[in-house]
Design a protein around this ligand. Structure first.
Ligand SMILES: [Zn+2]
Length: 67
């Protein structure tokens, strides 16, 4: 499956049996971060999740429909 980074729009190919692929398939909103963006914002993400004001991943994008 193909996934698109919600930050930099880079498209990556995920092997279907990876944990992330399974996780993304099981969610109504498919979200993905490329490794670079993930590493960059992980700390910030955790802070926002903790505050309950985390909206960053709420993209309505559904790029899989394009394939
Ligand atoms: Zn990225």
């Amino acid at each position: 499956m193909r996934v698109q980074c919600v930050i930099c729009d880079e498209i990556e190919e995920l092997t279907d049996d990876t944990l992330e692929a399974k996780r993304l398939r099981n969610r109504p909103i498919h979200t993905h971060l490329c490794k670079q963006c993930h590493d960059r914002i992980t700390a910030r993400t955790e802070v926002r999740l903790a505050t309950g004001r985390f909206h960053f991943f709420r993209s309505s994008r559904s790029i899989e429909d394009d394939f």
